[in-house]
Design a protein around this ligand. Structure first.
Ligand code: URA
Length: 238
C-alpha cells in the first residue's frame, strides 16, 4: 500500500542516530542497501513493514520511541557513545537499552548540562548556528577577570582566525571576580576555555548551568531525567 511507504532518508534518521542529510550522503556513496541491494537515489521509498534496510551492512532496527534526556555530567566523563580508552561515557551513565548519543559535547573535565537523544534531526536542529541556543557556563578562573578583558570578550575576540560572537559575562558571586558566568550563543570546540586562555587566565573549572530554557534544577551530579514534551518543543521553537 502506497501509504506505508516512507522516504529512505527519513526512515533511517528516525531509527538511528544518523541525520537525514548524512543519510543522503551515505546513499550517494552506495553505503545503504534495501533487501541487500545498494540504492543511490535519496528519494527512494521503503515499506518499513517489509523492507530490510542496512547502512554499511548494519541492519537498521525499527525503534519508534524517541528519547530525550538531560544529564548533569560529572567531571572526568567522556561525552561520546564509546571510548577507545574505555573511559566511562555519558551514555554509560544513562545505561538505557536504546541507542542514544550526546547532543554536542562537553570536555572530559567540564561538568553540567548535556542532552542525549536518539533523534538525529532534533540534535542537528538545536546545534545549528541558526537557532543560536544560549548556553551559560560558570567558570572558575585563576585570577580576577579584568574589566578590559571582560569588555573585549563580550564584544568578541579572534580565536584561530575566527571571531567569537557577542556574549554576556557577569559575576554571580559578590566580590568574587574569579567566578564568572558567561552566556554564549554558539558552540565551537573548547570555546569558553580558549576565550579565557586567550588573555592568560587558567580555567580551573567549567560547568554548564543552562542550555536554552533548560537548567539543572533538581539534578545532582550524575543524575538525569527525561525531558518533557514541552521542554523538547521549547528547544526547537525558541
Ligand atoms: N567550552 C569549553 O571550552 N568546553 C566545554 O566543555 C564547553 C564549552
Amino acid at each position: 500500500m502506497e501509504s506505508n511507504l516512507v522516504r529512505i532518508n527519513k526512515f533511517i534518521a528516525m531509527h538511528s542516530d544518523i541525520a537525514r542529510r548524512t543519510v543522503d550522503e551515505f546513499i550517494l556513496q552506495g553505503r545503504v542497501t534495501i533487501n541487500g541491494v545498494s540504492i543511490t537515489q535519496p528519494g527512494f521509498k521503503v515499506d518499513p513493514s517489509k523492507d530490510k534496510v542496512s547502512v554499511d551492512g548494519e541492519p537498521i532496527k525499527i525503534s519508534t520511541k524517541k528519547i530525550y534526556v538531560i544529564l548533569n555530567k560529572p567531571v572526568n566523563i567522556i561525552s561520546s557513545v564509546s571510548d577507545e580508552k574505555r573511559r566511562k561515557t555519558v551514555v554509560d551513565i544513562i545505561n538505557l537499552k536504546e541507542r542514544i548519543f550526546p547532543v554536542g559535547r562537553l570536555d572530559f573535565d567540564t561538568t553540567g548540562l548535556i542532552l542525549l537523544t536518539n533523534d538525529g534531526d532534533f540534535a542537528n536542529k538545536i546545534m545549528h548556528p541558526k537557532y543560536k541556543v544560549d548556553k551559560t557556563y560558570i567558570v572558575q578562573i585563576s585570577r580576577p577577570l579584568e574589566e578590559r578583558h571582560k569588555i573585549k570578550l563580550m564584544k568578541g575576540i579572534k580565536i584561530e582566525g575566527i571571531r567569537t560572537g557577542p556574549c554576556e559575562i557577569a559575576f554571580p558571586k559578590r566580590n568574587d571576580f574569579s567566578t564568572v558566568s558567561i552566556t554564549i550563543h554558539e558552540g565551537r570546540n573548547r570555546q569558553v576555555r580558549n576565550m579565557f586562555e586567550h588573555y592568560g587566565y587558567f580555567v580551573r573549572s567549567l560547568h554548564r548551568s543552562s542550555y536554552g530554557p533548560l537548567t539543572l534544577a533538581g539534578l545532582k551530579s550524575g543524575e538525569w531525567r527525561y525531558l518533557t514534551a514541552k521542554e523538547i518543543s521549547s528547544l526547537i521553537t525558541e
